[in-house]
Design a protein around this ligand. Structure first.
Ligand code: SF4
Ligand code: SF4
Ligand SMILES: [Zn+2]
Length: 257
């Protein structure tokens, strides 16, 4: 059993017997900084498990990208959720009509982080494949509004041809799946997002998670190949060897069906 530290790993102060179990003192700053330390510990543990399991033929591709994994279950979409989306659409369409005409026809929608992935890299087909492995973990943030905002409607409004508000609402509602993931976006179904890409918000089209930036970095470091693993806690759920165009091979982690 490893010896318990007698000093805080944040500030170095002397620890009480109880504090030694955690290895940090009660100072909020030490606790805040320790979140990163804990994440690194979990990452190292997961990395070891993955490295122990990947086939020998993949071992030259040493970079491992960590992806999250959607674990929600599929349930029928409730009328309450559909009604909430309808009300949201009514509101943003009304607001879109009241917006002033944009200068130079540029509509400024809310932006989202790409975690350092540039525009050219964001078009790599492997990123879609990686999102497929993950199953849309980030779509949990979409709720019943799917990040749609007045400026999304304004951008589309139907490429300058007049379309009635009710028609726009029905068009959006027409893409709601019958069955979707519980506690996720109303458009999030078994095979991914049900909304055509052009109708999605800018946030949805632009966002790239940290895991995807690790895939891009991993491909660069690994001479065009890397391992992408979906992980919950320290347990790998799926492991794949990928290149820029997508998945080359998959490996089932021990204990997964
Ligand atoms: S962006 Fe990241 S979290 Fe979202 S679906 Fe893709 S891999 Fe998953
Ligand atoms: S609209 Fe599509 S991409 Fe955006 S959060 Fe919902 S399911 Fe995800
Ligand atoms: Zn401390």
């Amino acid at each position: 059993m490893p010896r318990q530290p007698s000093n805080c790993r944040g500030c170095g102060c002397q620890l009480s017997t109880i504090q030694r179990i955690r290895g940090i003192c009660d100072n909020p700053e030490c606790r805040r900084k320790d979140v990163n330390f804990q994440q690194q510990q979990r990452r190292q543990a997961a990395l070891q498990i993955i490295r122990d399991q990947i086939p020998a033929s993949w071992r030259t591709s040493t970079s491992v990208a960590f992806l999250p994994r959607n674990t929600n279950r599929l349930v029928p979409l409730s009328e309450t959720r559909i009604e909430a989306l309808r009300q949201h659409l009514e509101q943003i369409i009304t607001e879109a009509r009241a917006l002033p005409a944009p200068a130079f026809e540029v509509v400024k929608e809310t932006s989202a982080t790409t975690n350092g992935v540039d525009a050219k890299q964001s078009a790599l087909p492997v990123l879609d494949a990686a999102c497929g492995l993950c199953g849309g973990h980030c779509c949990a943030t979409g709720g019943n509004s799917a990040w749609l905002e007045p400026n999304t409607i304004r951008r589309l409004q139907w490429q300058r041809l007049p379309v009635a508000d009710t028609r726009i609402i029905e068009h959006y509602l027409g893409f709601v799946p019958e069955v979707g993931y519980e506690n996720s976006c109303i458009y999030h179904a078994e095979n991914g997002c049900c909304l055509p890409r052009t109708m999605r918000s800018n946030v949805c089209n632009q966002y790239l998670c940290k895991g995807l930036s690790e895939v891009v970095q991993g491909l660069e470091d690994g001479d065009g190949r890397c391992v992408a693993a979906t992980v919950i806690g320290v347990a790998p759920i799926s492991i794949a060897l990928v290149d820029a165009l997508g998945i080359l091979e998959t490996h089932k982690p021990a204990g997964k069906n």
